[in-house]
Design a protein around this ligand. Sequence first.
Ligand code: TNX
Length: 537
Amino acid sequence: MPLNLIPQPRSLTERPGSFTVTPDLVIVAADDAQGPAWLLHDALRRGAGVALPVVRDPEGRTAITLALSARTPGAGNHAQFPSVTAERYSLEIGPTGVDINADHPAGLVRAVHTLRQLLPAETYRDASTLTAAPELPFLSVEDEPRFGWRGVMLDVARHFMPKEFVLKLIDLAAMHQLNVVHLHLTDDQGWRFEVPGWPKLTEVGSWRAETVLGHAHAAQGFDGTPHGGYYSTEDLREIVAYAAERYITVVPEIDMPGHVRAALAAYPELGNTGKSQPVPTSFGIFDEVLAPTDEAVQFARDVFDTVVGIFDSPFIHIGGDECPRTEWRESAAAKARADELGLDSVDRLQSWFTSTFADHLRGHGRRVIGWDEILEDGGAPADAVVSVWREFATAAQAIRAGHDVIVAPQKAVYLDWYPSEDPDEPLHIHNLLTLETIASFDPAPPASADPAREGSADGTGRGRVLGVQAQLWTEYLPTPAAVEYAAFPRLAAVADMAWASMENRDAHPVADRLPAHLRRLDALGVNYRPLEGPRPW
Ligand code: TNX
């Protein structure tokens, strides 16, 4: 029987027979394997109705064993991130038990999620609908991801999403073997967390006059009630800890120096005109950007100091997209500042901001990530990671300029785009991004992009491509249900793209595995878009 795993493991050999999950089993795990073992325990208790003891010694009982190799390099959550080897694992299911091996707990967690997909789909709900003890097929899996960075970005600025939904998205990411949840925490339309010393960011900047954005929604009868919200520091700590247990890194994004109108609504003095304007209720690219002043830099430092106190990610996203130079060109003060900094044009002020942010974050031991605009007008420090979102070809340019890249091109992984051309499709943004496009996309830029690294470093030929990331921008996705519809099942195809080799993807088309996978999403209550066609969200 086809197993319909998503993502497709690197190698999988099935054998006749199956292993029954019964209450007399034990889960064996030592030290650093205990966290992953408890994740398995919790899943089996809820999904299979068996509460298996987690023990160090099976004492002769049949076991599901989670073992770490002696080579385990610093088991700390992020010490190894992103690392393909930290996530590799083997899984053996036979008549005598289940054996999971990995070099690092992250690999054990990936194995647990593969094991869960081998159980009947109903086990993703709870045991009440099971009619018999669940079976696991006899098999061997040897697995490792193609890329060490497999992410999904959620825009909680355009529409605030409740903490519970962020936690659900983390679970869904984990199920699909994704290891990054990137939170777009600030944008023109909302600021979503507290920064000590800057109380108006949440008092003023986290609220706007209308529930939804844009004329199209208004035409659908939305009523203009205020929209807003923010995460408390405690909420964010809970999100980070929940993700960490699953070996998922939460990457925070603070979008600057453009896309800052919510911050400017709170503190107009950080802008170039000082003009007081409300948090906008429309979206797009606004001329209002940070002024290149000491005060704006101090603001950014305070924001980053807060962020690094909450998020343990080695990478902090500083945005950097869509920052018009209009105000700087019109401002005598900005011109004077550019002169003082020795810049031959105000257009280079963004590059100056990028370096200033990167220096500050480097002092905290973190690296910056920026959208691909950070390559322009003076560029970014070599240690900055570039999220390539506009043209995929830019990845090669970024690599030649010495950067690591995250492959995130809109034409391949922007899940806020329409899933089909059907006129009954609920409102999305822009263009079309079908499952087929995702299923056939190869995120590796041409090898010639990085001759220096070919066959070197990790020996994989992956060069400086850290990995792949899907985006869920929420201008047109006002609720968790709408986000789920846009995300699934396309995110499953992105996860497969990020994990599986091209060879495996060709041999096992994701489209063939999706119908069975949707039964799992049914059990989880995910409001996915049916394969047959649209339904309203
Ligand atoms: C472009 S992608 C943006 C976002 C929008 C998105 C809509 C990027 C870095 N900037 O501000 O939400 O398009 O698809």
